[in-house]
Design a protein around this ligand. Structure first.
Ligand code: MN
Length: 321
């Protein structure tokens, strides 16, 4: 998905200044963002008080929306730089096309992982014939400086490892939980897992004390470390935990997001992540003149135009609230 927010407010991210070293329970409310005419998403990252969780730097939760009589998701070709995108569905399907020639339908609990490296462009749409409901999350992972100029590539993993405990199925999206590892390519120590909880489940999930974590609620009624987290909200958990208590009042679905705190400072603007203002200006210019980001073939419509850059130059810095 694209950041279609026309305000395109720059976010200055990363650095140790944000990270909470000890366990905390910080409930993050979503910001409602309109994508096009009909779709509204709940944006959890970047959030007013929190910009990243490990290398996770962008989290939108959408649906479940009834799109039986609507076109559904229609995101025209747009560019990315310096990040990976993760498409994760609970209902429906998304047709992905990109400038490396990928054409892939992504279905519930399959991993669509796009590494932009220095430049990629893609489109995402509900297929013409689609399921009634569309429900999912769109997430971005920042690439470290050592890999942000890598070649663009797209991975689709239809089969992912699942860790089970009584009342819990944990599907590995990225990284590892309890010895099971996702096949998705990662560039920093990171984890993403889909946690399907059965009503009455009362479990403890093993965590890495060096990682910071957050849990996004997708559906149902669950308590995370004793805190009720409603669908569309996210609980930031800090670092220093070896396990996480989870309890489900009804069947519920959560997403665990975590990773080693991201030390580098970043500038995130529109669909780009850079290190300097010049990185961002150059990417915007290249997309506008049609160079570097390649071409998405087969999408019925025009590419997205980049919004205007804000008049004040962007600077990465440490602690920003
Ligand atoms: Mn996108």
């Amino acid at each position: 998905m694209s950041n279609l927010d026309r305000e395109a407010v720059p976010a200055l991210c990363g650095g140790r200044g944000f990270v909470v070293a000890e366990p905390v329970r910080e409930l993050l409310s979503p910001r409602r963002v309109k994508l096009g005419e009909s779709t509204e998403v709940r944006r959890l990252l970047p959030n007013l008080g929190r910009r990243m969780v490990g290398a996770w730097c962008f989290v939108d939760h959408y649906g479940p929306d009834d799109i039986a009589d609507e076109p559904g998701m229609q995101v025209p070709p747009h560019p990315h730089m310096g990040l990976q995108t993760v498409s994760w569905l609970h209902e429906g399907e998304v047709l992905h096309r990109d400038s490396t020639g990928s054409l892939q339908t992504i279905r519930p609990r399959e991993l669509g992982l796009m590494t932009s490296g220095r430049a990629i462009s893609h489109s995402e749409e509900s297929p013409r014939s689609h399921a009634r409901l569309l429900h999912g999350a769109q997430l971005w992972v920042a690439l470290p400086d050592s890999h942000r100029h890598t070649d663009p590539r797209f991975e689709h993993h239809g089969e992912l490892p699942v860790v089970t405990a009584p009342g819990l199925d944990a599907t590995l999206i990225l990284g590892s939980v309890d010895g099971a590892t996702s096949p998705g390519t990662t560039y920093t120590p990171i984890v993403g897992a889909d946690l399907a909880l059965a009503q009455g489940a009362d479990v403890r999930l093993p965590l890495e004390p060096d990682f910071e974590y957050a849990v996004l609620s997708m559906s149902g009624e669950a308590h995370v470390d004793g805190v009720p987290v409603l669908p569309g909200s996210m609980l930031y958990l800090g670092c220093g935990r070896t396990e996480l208590p989870l309890r489900a009042e009804s069947d519920a679905a959560l997403m665990l997001l975590g990773g080693e705190p991201f030390e580098e400072e970043l500038i995130m603007w529109w669909n780009f992540i850079g290190r300097t203002n010049a990185d961002i200006e150059q990417a915007r210019q290249d997309w506008t003149v049609g160079s570097r980001f390649g071409e998405v073939k087969g999408y019925d419509g025009d590419p997205l135009a980049a919004p205007d850059l804000p008049p004040v130059p962007l600077k990465p810095r440490g602690r920003v609230r």
